[in-house]
Design a protein. Structure first.
Ligand code: HEC
Ligand code: HEC
Length: 223
């Protein structure tokens, strides 16, 4: 049976890289240790995920349900569920642009390889082919950033409400990603994301302005 040793070592490895010593700080604090030793559930993968959530929740992606992955039954979506939920919730492809994903996926892959090489926590790393499929999937369904140089109306009250509200967690989205009919549901989901991620939800008047901007520059239906 595995003790806490491998678990702590695993967390150190997971946190290695960008997190560095900042990410490890909670482990060193008495409170952090308490979390670590508090419950029996700390052993194994689910315990590790819970501990990571407690230690560095604000750095981890908000988990979405597998059913809300685009092309749910594609190979890419399947690989996402297999590899990208090992340490944290399932990330949505809209979190990053196609230009940003390679760096993020490479950082995750480095951890996965480090840990699977050390046989830690049963973490598995994708093969090179799987990794390419994963990356292609994420880039295909990535956030499409608004080109601020050519965008219209950003310097209006609605445009400013949109820029401020919608660039807090990912690149400022290009309104042509959805039709005017589809945007309200997305904005509603973003409000839920704000609540889940502990970010302030702007007042309704701001959200209405955001909605107006998105609908004005939205994709034309059936084009
Ligand atoms: C071995 C554990 C592990 C696995 C497996 C893993 N991650 Fe992560 N992930 C982390 C850690 C730790 C962080 C927080 C530190 C950081 O951002 O590097 C993180 C943070 C993130 C973030 C938020 C930070 C950012 O740059 O946006 C995203 C998005 C993310 N992971 C995507 C993925 C994807 C996609 C996969 C599957 C290809 C994946 N992760 C697999 C450990 C993992
Ligand atoms: C609190 C953080 C946060 C804020 C603020 C936020 N988003 Fe998001 N957004 C997310 C997360 C997390 C995802 C990936 C999961 C998902 O799709 O819900 C995402 C994904 C997206 C996507 C890609 C998925 C899709 O359905 O097309 C779009 C487009 C988007 N956001 C638009 C917006 C707009 C417009 C706003 C401003 C109203 C906004 N976001 C504000 C967190 C945020």
């Amino acid at each position: 049976m595995k003790g806490r040793g491998p678990l702590i070592a695993g967390l150190v490895l997971i946190a290695a890289g960008l997190v560095g010593i900042v990410g490890l700080y909670p482990v060193l604090r008495p409170g952090g240790m308490g979390v670590m030793m508090g419950t029996d559930g700390m052993m194994g993968r689910s315990g590790m995920k819970r501990m990571m959530q407690a230690m560095m929740g604000n750095m981890l992606p908000l988990g979405i349900s597998p059913a809300s992955l685009p092309q749910t039954h594609s190979e890419g979506a399947r690989l996402m569920q297999r590899y990208c939920t090992q340490c944290h919730g399932l990330p949505g492809p809209g979190l990053h642009t196609a230009a940003e994903w390679p760096v993020v996926v490479a950082r995750m892959a480095a951890r996965e390889h480090m840990m699977s090489d050390q046989d830690m926590m049963g973490i598995q790393a994708p093969s090179a082919k799987e990794q390419a499929t994963l990356l292609a999937y994420l880039r295909k369904h990535a956030q499409i950033p608004l080109n601020k140089a050519t965008a219209k109306g950003l310097d209006t009250p609605a445009g400013r409400a949109f820029s401020e509200t919608c660039s807090r967690c990912h690149a400022l989205p290009d309104p042509v990603q959805h039709t005017a009919a589809d945007w309200p549901a997305v904005v509603l989901r973003m409000q839920r994301n704000m609540v889940a991620m502990g970010k302030p939800v702007p007042p309704q008047s701001t959200l209405d302005a955001v909605d107006a901007y998105l609908r004005k520059y939205a994709k034309q239906p059936d084009t």
